[in-house]
Write a protein that binds this ligand. Structure first.
Ligand code: ZN
Length: 186
C-alpha cells in the first residue's frame, strides 16, 4: 500500500490532469456546469457511497472521460499514471467512431465482461448521469427521452452487479427517485 502522502499526490495529479484536459468543456445539462465537476462527482461517489479506497480505481474514475471526450491518448495516460490506470480508462471508453445507438448497445453487451474496477466506475458514472438527467436535463430532452435514458442505464448496470453492494443500492435509489421526479408534472 502506498504512503498516504503519495496517495494524495497521486489523486491530486489525476485531478490536475483531468481539469486541464476538460478545461474548455461544459456539461450538456441546462446548467452547463464545468465538465470537470462530473468526474470529480464520480470519484466522490465511489469513495463516499461505494467505500472505495483503491487509488488506481479512484484515479481511473477521475480520468474516465479523458480519452473519450478530450484529445488524451492511452499512451499519455500510461506515461503519467501507469498501465493499470490506462487499461481501466480504456475499458470504460466508448469507440466514438461508432454511431451512438451502436455504442449504447455495446455498453449493455460489454458490461458483464468488464473488470470489477471498470464496473464500479460504470455504476458511479450512471448514478451521476441519471441525477443530471432527472434534476437538470439538457433543455431539448423530452420526458420520453429522459425515461428511455433511465431504462438504458438499468440495462448497463444489470451487467455490472455483484462488484459493490453499496454502490448498486445507491444506483437503485437514484433511479427510483428519478422515476418519481419524471412522473411528477413539471
Ligand atoms: Zn462520465
Amino acid at each position: 500500500m502506498a504512503e498516504p502522502g503519495n496517495t494524495f499526490a497521486t489523486l491530486l495529479k489525476a485531478l490536475h490532469f483531468a481539469a486541464q484536459k476538460h478545461r474548455d468543456q461544459r456539461r450538456k445539462g441546462r446548467e452547463a456546469s464545468p465538465y470537470i465537476n462530473h468526474p470529480i462527482q464520480v470519484a466522490e461517489i465511489l469513495a463516499r457511497l461505494g467505500g472505495v479506497a483503491d487509488v488506481a480505481l479512484l484515479q481511473g474514475a477521475i480520468l474516465h472521460d479523458t480519452i473519450e471526450d478530450t484529445q488524451t491518448t492511452p499512451e499519455e495516460l500510461e506515461t503519467h499514471f501507469g498501465s493499470e490506470v490506462r487499461r481501466l480508462v480504456e475499458e470504460v471508453t466508448d469507440d466514438k467512431k461508432l454511431p451512438k445507438q451502436v455504442r449504447k448497445q455495446l455498453q449493455i453487451e460489454h458490461a458483464p465482461h468488464l473488470s470489477d474496477r471498470a464496473k464500479q466506475i460504470k455504476i458511479a458514472d450512471k448514478i451521476c448521469n441519471v441525477r443530471d438527467i432527472t434534476h437538470a436535463p439538457p433543455a431539448d430532452w423530452t420526458l420520453e427521452r429522459r425515461q428511455e435514458y433511465l431504462a438504458w442505464t438499468e440495462r448497463v448496470v444489470a451487467g455490472c452487479r455483484g462488484c459493490n453492494r453499496g454502490l448498486e443500492k445507491f444506483f437503485d435509489e437514484t433511479v427510483a427517485e428519478g422515476r418519481r421526479l419524471l412522473s411528477q408534472p413539471a
